[in-house]
Design a protein around this ligand. Structure first.
Ligand SMILES: [Fe+2]
Length: 389
């Protein structure tokens, strides 16, 4: 079966796949989405990126184009508001986000504020004062990393002015089209491949150990998990096939967790990013095998994970399959140079100092999605295990 034919039925976002994206391709896409006279704003990061820059320079001769690049990891409200202000009143018809997850989330945030007004902070947190009620611009998202799956989700993650990271969810954050361009991930540096691969794997697995799971989300997530676990090592080793498959796998994982939200791994990861600016995928990888072990207490989740392992490793007794899956995750983390302990993160503190910092993870709605309930006892146990030398 061609890799990703059927998942299109699970999403309202149209998926376009190509090895290279030319200015003419993007122009045609915008023509079909928004018409011949549509004007375009591109949200991108400020690092030079040859394939994107050459394409956009050629595209600028085809349509009115504004480029905005106040994009940084863990996108902050002030940066998104600055880009929205720069675009206000210019009659933008289409926002195109080209970049990693932070860029795509920034594009979603700019589109939301341009269409609904106010300040992005008003939409964030447990008691937001505003709600996203519409989108007046078309949204096209083009990932340059294979990780967040943001191109396929109704979620955006933003750092409020208080410094807390919040997930914003709205059907109006769902893109009209996602374009998967193999060339854009072909030169991804190894540390970024490691981080984004584990973000994608976490999305697939967190969809499986999720209270909102359905047979459909389970199927999509299991397929994504198998694909990602099969291809993340070749992608890390710079195989072209690996890079292409990971782009697909991350996209499929995005489709899967769009139905359920994420769970404990992501709730814990937000604290690591807020406190020590740990990159998102690295922060997800940090507790992935520990959260997996906790979730094996749910027999339905254990059966799903054993099914993933059986597809990957062949038939074996249930418990052995689960051990092999956990070992594979640990082995990949080692090979990718990802952290296992707080000391690996450069954080030198005892569990007594660290545990209180993680209390707020329990208030995160993502924690409530986890199929096995997490209380401070469980969280403290995980943290203590990561304080050992
Ligand atoms: Fe994530």
């Amino acid at each position: 079966m061609p890799g990703a034919m059927f998942e299109q039925l699970l999403t309202t976002t149209r998926i376009v796949r190509t090895d290279r994206l030319t200015a003419d391709d993007l122009d045609r896409l915008i023509l079909y989405c928004a018409g011949p006279d549509a004007s375009v704003a591109v949200i991108e990061d400020n690092r030079p990126f040859g394939p994107r820059d050459r394409m956009l320079e050629a595209f600028a001769s085809l349509r009115p184009l504004v480029r905005q690049n106040r994009v940084f990891p863990d996108p902050k409200v002030d940066d998104i508001m600055a880009m929205a202000r720069a675009l206000a009143g210019r009659g933008t018809d289409v926002i195109v986000g080209i970049g990693g997850g932070s860029t795509l989330d920034s594009a979603k945030g700019v589109a939301a504020v341009l269409s609904n007004g106010g300040d992005l902070d008003d939409y964030l947190g447990p008691a937001p004062v505003r709600k996203i009620e519409k989108r007046d611009v078309k949204l096209i998202l083009i990932p340059t990393t294979a990780g967040t799956g943001s191109e396929m989700t109704r979620f955006g993650v933003y750092t409020a002015r208080t410094g807390r990271k919040y997930t914003l969810a709205s059907p109006w954050l769902q893109a009209d089209a996602a374009v998967l361009v193999t060339e854009y991930t072909s030169d991804l540096p190894a540390p970024l491949t490691a981080s984004t691969s584990f973000d994608a794997l976490s999305h697939a697995l967190e969809t499986l150990w999720n209270r909102n799971a359905t047979p459909v989300s389970d199927r999509a997530a299991a397929e994504a998990a198998v694909r990602i676990l099969r291809w993340m090592e070749p992608a890390f080793d710079c195989s072209a096939d690996g890079r292409r498959e990971m782009l697909e796998g991350a996209c499929m994982a995005g489709i899967a967790f769009n139905r359920t939200g994420t769970a404990a791994v992501h709730a814990l990861s937000f604290i690591l990013s807020e406190e020590w600016h740990v990159p998102h995928g690295v922060a997800c990888a940090f507790s992935l095998e520990d959260v997996m072990l906790e979730n094996l207490h749910d027999s339905a989740t254990a059966a799903k994970l054993a099914g993933v392992a059986r597809t990957l490793f062949g038939d074996a007794p249930h418990d052995l399959l689960l051990y092999r899956l956990r070992d594979r995750i640990v082995e990949l983390k080692r090979k990718f140079g990802l952290p296992f302990t707080f000391a690996d993160l450069g954080v030198h503190a005892g569990s007594g100092e660290l545990q209180p910092l993680f209390e707020k993870a329990l208030d995160d709605p993502k924690m409530g999605n986890n199929v096995v309930p997490f209380d401070m006892g469980v969280v403290n146990r995980i943290i203590a295990s990561k304080c050992r030398p």
